[in-house]
Design a protein around this ligand. Structure first.
Ligand code: HEM
Ligand code: HEM
Length: 197
């Protein structure tokens, strides 16, 4: 059903800390991934990028409870009914004007954050093939756990690549199919949204 354009207005959606979090996260995740796969044998820089990601994830967890409403998990996490409802009209060639993460996008946000938590935790229990660099928790776990963590860390890096490629693919889908620019709001904070009753 077509909606009146008067329902749509521009609001300040994403706060500066959330935006800073997002672009720093993207930078350090890409850096950690590249250094892990193609960096020098010594993993020092990789570790520091991983610690930066850990710090950012801790911030995001707290911000999800105490941040402004659009940043809160309770604001964007919805049940299966809401996800189905959103999917029913997501292929319409018009902007969603959604005031935050939509119910389906929220699932991908949680998937990315969870995959990142698993990545940094497994990294901290991983020993490097050069036997010099060891995650700070290696000494606290059995060698079987360290081995499992290393296997997961290798696999998790590929899972992250997949999730990030999907993330960018969906943003392009919004840009070119739905004619809605989601990147601008993540840069300057303002977004056109539709009032929901
Ligand atoms: C490793 C790279 C990246 C990671 C790990 C990542 C992760 C995330 C996460 C976790 C969120 C949710 C924000 C929140 O915490 O509430 C998000 C949202 C977003 N990201 Fe990324 N991102 C990455 C790269 C990018 C890139 C390259 C772009 C631009 C092309 C981008 C554009 C966006 C936009 C527009 C949103 C908001 C989506 C919405 O309106 O619901 N991201 N990203
Ligand atoms: C988002 C964060 C991270 C990403 C994307 C990432 C990614 C990667 C990748 C792609 C590799 C190479 C895997 C392979 O093919 O062998 C790797 C290796 C490794 N990472 Fe990470 N990592 C992250 C965080 C961490 C953290 C926080 C630590 C520990 C403090 C860590 C410790 C290690 C170690 C010790 C290796 C070497 C494993 C080996 O020699 O096979 N990583 N990481």
């Amino acid at each position: 059903m077509a909606e009146r354009s008067s329902d749509v207005r521009e609001v300040k959606l994403w706060d500066p800390l959330l935006r800073g979090f997002h672009w720093l996260l993207a930078f350090f995740v890409i850096a950690a991934w590249l250094l892990g796969n193609y960096g020098p044998t010594r993993m020092t820089l990789h570790f520091w990028c991983g610690y930066a990601v850990t710090f950012l994830l801790a911030f995001r967890l707290i911000w999800g409870f105490v941040g402004p409403p659009p940043a809160r998990f309770s604001h964007f996490l919805r049940g299966p009914g809401a996800v189905r409802g959103y999917m029913n009209h997501m292929f319409l060639r018009e902007p969603s004007y959604w005031p935050g993460h939509n119910p389906l996008g929220a699932l991908s946000v949680i998937a990315m954050l969870a995959a990142l938590v698993a990545q940094v935790l497994s990294g901290m229990m991983t020993e490097s093939e050069n036997f010099i660099d060891a995650g700070p928790l290696v000494g606290y776990v059995s060698s079987a756990t360290a081995k499992a963590a290393k296997n997961y860390h290798d696999l998790g890096a590929n899972l992250l690549l997949l999730l990030v490629l999907m993330h960018i693919g969906v943003i392009l889908f919004y840009r070119f199919w739905k004619r809605e620019n989601l990147v601008g709001p993540m840069v300057h904070g303002r977004k056109q949204v539709r009032e929901r009753s």
